[in-house]
Design a protein around this ligand. Structure first.
Ligand SMILES: NC(=O)c1ccc[n+]([C@@H]2O[C@H](COP(=O)([O-])OP(=O)(O)OC[C@H]3O[C@@H](n4cnc5c(N)ncnc54)[C@H](OP(=O)(O)O)[C@@H]3O)[C@@H](O)[C@H]2O)c1
Length: 219
């Protein structure tokens, strides 16, 4: 039975990943700060994890002793929206931990287990992290996702000699609490298309920042 560890699974895209991989017969290790009723209803193993706590991130990774086929670093925050005040700046620093540093620390700590399975390390990025396509605004979120893309590109280089693949994916504009009601696609569709991409992504695309159809996203 293939195994996947997914962060941020109590709602939104992470919950849908947990639902679809569980339905497909995978062993799912689902992390969340708090277990929602929707998550509790799934047949998955739930681990409490707040990504701001880097010691907890490292401990969770160290507790995984079996080969791991897939990591999906999904959890993320869009707050703060701006960096105008000292309070914003402090929240921005915390956002960098949640959106970039903790995913990388988790991935590095799991790299051996993923390599054992010749598996894949996937991070959910955002088109808003693209410098080439930026229309301005949301500087904290954009920088956190651009930094995540660079961290994952470095991760792919480190994973290559071990036979593991790493890539970031833009999920599109998705109807979740973060995406809002005007978003273009439901989580079921975004996750279904990303799962198909994750299934086929190989060494030739490792290190990439990808659209859901597998084409390269402009950096
Ligand atoms: N929706 C979109 O249109 C869109 C577009 C591009 C990229 N993305 C990315 O897709 C991913 C999932 O987003 P979503 O749309 O599903 O958003 P969401 O509904 O707001 O869900 C965000 C998830 O991240 C978790 N999270 C936030 N801070 C956390 C922390 N400190 N520790 C652990 N978990 C934390 C949340 O848990 P809590 O409930 O505990 O806060 C929740 O499970 C994010 O990385 C996001 O940046 C989304």
């Amino acid at each position: 039975m293939p195994s996947v560890l997914i962060t941020g699974t109590n709602r939104g895209i992470g919950l849908e990943f947990a639902r679809q991989y569980s339905a497909a017969g995978w062993q799912v290790i689902a992390t969340a700060r708090e277990t929602s009723a929707e998550l509790a209803a799934l047949e998955v193993g739930v681990e409490t994890l707040d990504l701001r706590d880097l010691d907890a991130v490292a401990s969770l990774a160290a507790s995984i002793e079996h080969p791991l086929d897939l990591l999906i670093a999904n959890a993320g925050t869009m707050l703060p929206e701006t960096g105008e005040t000292a309070a914003d700046g402090n929240a921005w620093a915390e956002m960098m931990v949640v959106n970039c540093i903790a995913p990388y620390v988790l991935a590095k700590a799991l790299l051996g287990r993923v390599a054992d399975a010749r598996g894949k390390l996937i991070a959910i990025s955002s088109g808003m992290g693209s410098i080439a396509e930026s229309s301005g605004g949301y500087a904290p979120y954009r920088t956190s996702k651009a930094a995540l893309n660079m961290a994952w590109h470095s991760l792919a280089i480190e994973a290559k000699p071990l036979g593991a693949v790493a890539a970031t994916i833009d999920p599109g504009w998705v109807k979740t609490r973060m995406g809002g009601p005007n978003a273009l696609i439901p989580a079921e569709q975004s996750v279904g298309e990303m799962r198909a991409l994750i299934e086929r992504v190989g060494a030739d695309q490792s290190g990439g920042f990808l659209k859901r159809d597998g084409s390269p996203h402009p950096w």
